[in-house]
Design a binder for this molecule. Structure first.
Ligand code: NAG
Ligand code: NAG
Ligand code: NAG
Ligand code: NAG
Ligand code: NAG
Length: 330
């Protein structure tokens, strides 16, 4: 009797698919979770949103996404870091913010002309310290980044130049209770993920005191990195504008044709010009064929340059003028 019941249950469950009532336990047993029907199965004949890895089990971020905060403050930092008029940007947009130090280092073994740049700033009114990184400079540097991955695969860069972290240490010593905001556009966003990881693993900062915001940043880490980063940084948004070409780079290792790189959470996708009051999607998945990655045709370099309907490098280089209208996308 017992055995018959057991067999009946066994046969039933193998007919109806795996018995798991949530996404996490479903995918960890090697099956696929269907979001719309909340079913777990080995395959689906029709299911719109299929989840195959734990990282993508639907979840919303712990902290609210604030469009206005991104559009005013975070956009200003990530744009200012493109140019040499950082304090002027603050004067125009965030008058209480003060530039501390701008740093630049050679960040390519092959070409001393390729530099990575970042600045530190602080604001005693908002009680915040800012660390911001510039995006890649020119197509050469972007190509070098892509080619490095395509030719060499995932690489390990052991040298992180200490100067900007020295500046940060001085600021933290002077303003111990202040929150830290880390941000950047494009390559600057990748450096934000690296720097925040470095600060937390070395113990200089606690992740709960850090807010990370990136704009149009390519993937830089593997699955385990994305899981670790997602679990560590609860305030971390990476904003993607419409069909931004760079934000969709790179996922597949061409040597094996397998997916090796993943974005950490949480993606915010604006499928429009990012004008004020434009809608956005808070992506419940971390990274796969969801949200911005549902669009694979017509990827655009212009959508990479414009965020919140501002040409970030041009606006930043000009000192972030109050009137943004001449920097809008055509
Ligand atoms: C998923 O189900 C497993 C097994 O029933 C349970 O241990 C786990 O807490 C559940 N997770 C969530 C997020 O509900
Ligand atoms: C579940 O998987 C089985 C076996 O592959 C298949 O026959 C069945 O149609 C699937 N169920 C759904 C809802 O797709
Ligand atoms: C670096 O820049 C200088 C000045 O623009 C140029 O002459 C030189 O060829 C560049 N070096 C490389 C390796 O691109
Ligand atoms: C990867 O896929 C491409 C396109 O389908 C194919 O041309 C190439 O040979 C594949 N490479 C490997 C290593 O499987
Ligand atoms: C949004 O931005 C686009 C491109 O700059 C512009 O053509 C359009 O008029 C804007 N819409 C609103 C409502 O501001």
């Amino acid at each position: 009797m017992f055995l018959e019941n057991f067999l009946a249950i066994f046969i039933l469950s193998s007919l109806t698919g795996a018995s798991a009532d949530n996404c996490s336990s479903c995918v960890s047993s090697g099956n696929i979770w269907c979001v719309e029907s909340s079913q777990c199965n080995t395959t689906f004949s029709s299911c719109q949103t299929q989840i195959t890895v734990q990282l993508n089990c639907p979840a919303l971020p712990k902290y609210a996404y604030d469009d206005s905060f991104m559009r005013t403050q975070q956009l200003t930092f990530a744009s200012a870091s493109h140019g040499d008029q950082i304090q002027k940007c603050f004067g125009n947009q965030i008058p209480t913010m003060k530039l501390f130090k701008l740093r630049a280092v050679t960040c390519s073994e092959g070409n001393a002309n390729f530099t990575c740049r970042g600045f530190t700033a602080y604001d005693v009114t908002q009680k915040v310290i800012v660390l911001s990184f510039r995006g890649s400079s020119g197509t050469d540097q972007s190509e070098q980044l892509n080619n490095g991955f395509i030719n060499e695969g995932i690489q390990w860069y052991p040298d992180i130049n200490g100067n900007i972290f020295k500046d940060l240490r001085s600021l933290k010593y002077k303003y111990p209770g202040f929150e830290l905001w880390i941000n950047g556009h494009s390559l600057g966003g990748m450096l934000s993920w690296v720097a925040s990881s470095y600060l937390v693993t070395t113990g200089l900062y606690k992740a709960e005191d850090i807010k990370v915001v990136t704009f149009g940043s390519p993937r830089l880490g593997d699955y385990d990195f994305a899981v670790w980063y997602t679990n560590t940084f609860l305030y971390s948004f990476h904003i993607i504008h419409r069909a931004d070409f760079f934000a969709r780079q790179l996922r597949i290792d061409p040597h094996t044709n397998t997916t090796v790189l993943y974005h950490p959470r949480t993606q915010i996708w604006y499928n429009n010009y990012m004008n004020e009051t434009d809608q956005y999607e808070i992506c419940k998945q971390a990274d796969g064929n969801y949200c911005s990655d549902t669009v694979q045709e017509g990827l655009s370099m212009w959508d990479h340059i414009y965020y919140f309907n501002v040409n970030m490098p041009a606006w930043g280089r000009d000192g972030c003028p109050k009137d943004r209208s001449s920097y809008a996308q055509q």
